[in-house]
Design a protein around this ligand. Structure first.
Ligand code: ARG
Length: 468
C-alpha cells in the first residue's frame, strides 16, 4: 500500500511551514520509515488517544475536540486493520500518516492533537509499548518451551545417556537431567525479559521534543492509561533512551544462543552415527538425491538464528554508540533490527517447542552409549576412595592404569576380571562391579542438582510448581 513513487511538489504539510519546496526523491527515500514503522500503528493510536484524553482533562483542548479526535482515531485504526489505509511515503512515518488521515476525517481538531507533544516522545512511547508487548510474548513462548523440556525430563528421569565434556564421554547422566539443564537456561532467559520489562515500563510521553512543555499536562495520567508504572523522570533521557530495545535484543541473543546449543545437540543426536534421538517426519526433510537422508533442517536453522539476532543487537549498539543527547535521526534505525529480531525469536521458540515435543529418545542406544567409553571410571576411583581409603589422586592413578589395561584388551571396565583389577590395586573386591554399571552410577549421584533420577524428579516437581 505504500506509495513509493511520490515526489511531492510542495512542502510537507505537517512541518513544511518554512519550506518552499518538497524534498528530493532520494531524500524522501532515505528519510521515510513508513514502510516498516507502520507496524507501530496500534501503539501510535493508543498513545494519541491517551494524550488527547489528558489534554482535555487538563483543559488544554476542549472536550468536543477530544471526542472528535477519539472517534477519528478509531476510524483510522479500523481503516488500517481492514488493510485500506493509504500509507504515504511523503508523510514519512506512522505518526504523520495517522495524524494526516485524522485531519482528513475530522478536520481542524486534528491539528490540536500534537499540542504539548513531539514525534520524539511519540516514537519513544510507541516503540516502548511495542517492545513491551514482545517482551510479554517472549516470556510466554519461553515458558511453553520450558514445559516441553519438562515433559521430556519427566518421561526420561531415569533413562541413562552419556554425559560429555570436550565432546568426549565423561560420566553417565540421565536424559531428564539433560533436559532440565535447558529448563534452567530458559528460566534465566525468562527472568531477563521480566527484569527488562520492569525497567522499560516508564512513559516517555510528555517529554515532548526534549525539554518538557509549558502546557499543564498530566504525565501520570497518560502513563497510567498506557499501562506504564510511572512517567520517565528526565525528559532528555526519555526521548534519547533506547536501552529498552537493547535489553530486549541482548535478552533475545542469550536466549537464541541457548536454542542454538540444543539445536546443535539435535543435529548430532539425529545423525546416523549417534542415533540418540529421532525427530519425526514433521521436523525432518528429505534429500532430493540421497533417499536415505533425514535432514534436521529446522534444528540447523535454529542453530543459525542467533547470528541474525546477535547481528541486530550489534547493529543497534553501533547506532546508539556516541550519539549526543537527545534525539537524532540515527535512532530511526532502531526499529527494523528489533522487528526482525523479535520475529526471529518468536519463530525460533515456536519451532523449538515443536521439536522438543516431537523428539523421541532412542533409549537402547543411549544406554549402550552411556556404558561405553569407560564412562564409569570416576565411579571406580570414587569406590577406591570410599572402600580402600585411597587419596583421590592415587585412586585416579589406579583407575587410569585399569582403563589403559581395558583399552589394551579391547573391553570395557566391567569386563576386567578381579585378577586384572588387582593389577591396579590388590585391595579391590568383587563389590567394585556394582559401581561400574551405568544405572548404579547415575543412581549414586544424589548430591543436590545431581543426575540421580530422584534428584531429577525433585527438580521436575519444583519447576512444575513454578510454571503452574
Ligand atoms: N520516524 C522517526 C523515528 O523513527 C520518528 C521521530 C522523528 N522525529 C524527528 N524529530 N524527526 O525515529
Amino acid at each position: 500500500m505504500t506509495d513509493t513513487k511520490a515526489t511531492p511538489k510542495s512542502a510537507n504539510s505537517m512541518w513544511g511551514g518554512r519550506f518552499a519546496a518538497g524534498p528530493d526523491a532520494i531524500m524522501e527515500a532515505i528519510n521515510a520509515s513508513i514502510s516498516f514503522d507502520q507496524r507501530l500503528y496500534a501503539q501510535d493510536i493508543a498513545g494519541s488517544r491517551a494524550h488527547a484524553a489528558m489534554l482535555a482533562q487538563q483543559g488544554i483542548i476542549s472536550s468536543n475536540d477530544a471526542e472528535a479526535i477519539r472517534k477519528g482515531l478509531l476510524t483510522v485504526l479500523s481503516e488500517i486493520e481492514a488493510g485500506n489505509f493509504p500509507f504515504s511515503t511523503a508523510l514519512e512515518d506512522i505518526h504523520m500518516n495517522v495524524e494526516s488521515r485524522l485531519k482528513e476525517i475530522i478536520g481542524e481538531p486534528a491539528g490540536r492533537l500534537h499540542t504539548a507533544r513531539s514525534r520524539n516522545d511519540q516514537v519513544a512511547t510507541d516503540f516502548r509499548l511495542w517492545v513491551r508487548d514482545q517482551t510479554d510474548a517472549a516470556i510466554t513462548a519461553i515458558e511453553a518451551l520450558q514445559r516441553a523440556f519438562l515433559g521430556q525430563a519427566e518421561a526420561g528421569a531415569n533413562w541413562v545417556m552419556p554425559g560429555f565434556t570436550h565432546m568426549q564421554t565423561a560420566q553417565p547422566v540421565t536424559w531428564g537431567h539433560h533436559m532440565l539443564a535447558y529448563v534452567e537456561m530458559l528460566g534465566r532467559d525468562a527472568s531477563r525479559f521480566r527484569d527488562a520489562r520492569v525497567r522499560m515500563n516508564e512513559s516517555p510521553l510528555g517529554a515532548a521534543a526534549l525539554a518538557g512543555t509549558s502546557f499543564p499536562i498530566d504525565r501520570h495520567m497518560t502513563a497510567a492509561a498506557l499501562g506504564f508504572d510511572r512517567p520517565a523522570a528526565n525528559s532528555l533521557d526519555a526521548v534519547a533512551d533506547r536501552d529498552f530495545a537493547l535489553e530486549f535484543l541482548t535478552a533475545s541473543s542469550i536466549c537464541a544462543m541457548h536454542l542454538s546449543r540444543f539445536a546443535e545437540e539435535l543435529v548430532i543426536w539425529s545423525s546416523a552415527q549417534f542415533r540418540f534421538a529421532r525427530l519425526s517426519d514433521r521436523f525432518s526433510t528429505g534429500s532430493s538425491i540421497m533417499p536415505q537422508k533425514r535432514n534436521p533442517d529446522a534444528a540447523e536453522l535454529l542453530r543459525a538464528k542467533i547470528g541474525r539476532i546477535l547481528g541486530a543487537t550489534v547493529a543497534l549498539f553501533t547506532v546508539m554508540k556516541g550519539l549526543p543527547l537527545t534525539y537524532s535521526k540515527d535512532m530511526q534505525e532502531d526499529k527494523e533490527q528489533v522487528f526482525d529480531a523479535a520475529d526471529t525469536l518468536m519463530l525460533s521458540l515456536a519451532a523449538m517447542t515443536g521439536m522438543v515435543q516431537d523428539l523421541t529418545a532412542n533409549r537402547e542406544i543411549l544406554a549402550a552409549s552411556a556404558a561405553s567409553g569407560f564412562s564409569t571410571a570416576t565411579d571406580l576411583a570414587d569406590w577406591l576412595v570410599r572402600s580402600l581409603n585411597l587419596p583421590f589422586r592415587d585412586a585416579h592413578h589406579v583407575t587410569g592404569a585399569l582403563v589403559a589395561l581395558a583399552e589394551k584388551k579391547g573391553c570395557d571396565l566391567p569386563d576386567l576380571t578381579l585378577a586384572e583389577m588387582h593389577q591396579g590395586h590388590p585391595g579391590i573386591t568383587q563389590e567394585v562391579y556394582s559401581v561400574l554399571g551405568v544405572e548404579n552410577s547415575v543412581r549414586s549421584r544424589t548430591s543436590y542438582g545431581g543426575t540421580a533420577p530422584d534428584q531429577v524428579r525433585a527438580q521436575v516437581s519444583r519447576w512444575k510448581g513454578i510454571l503452574g
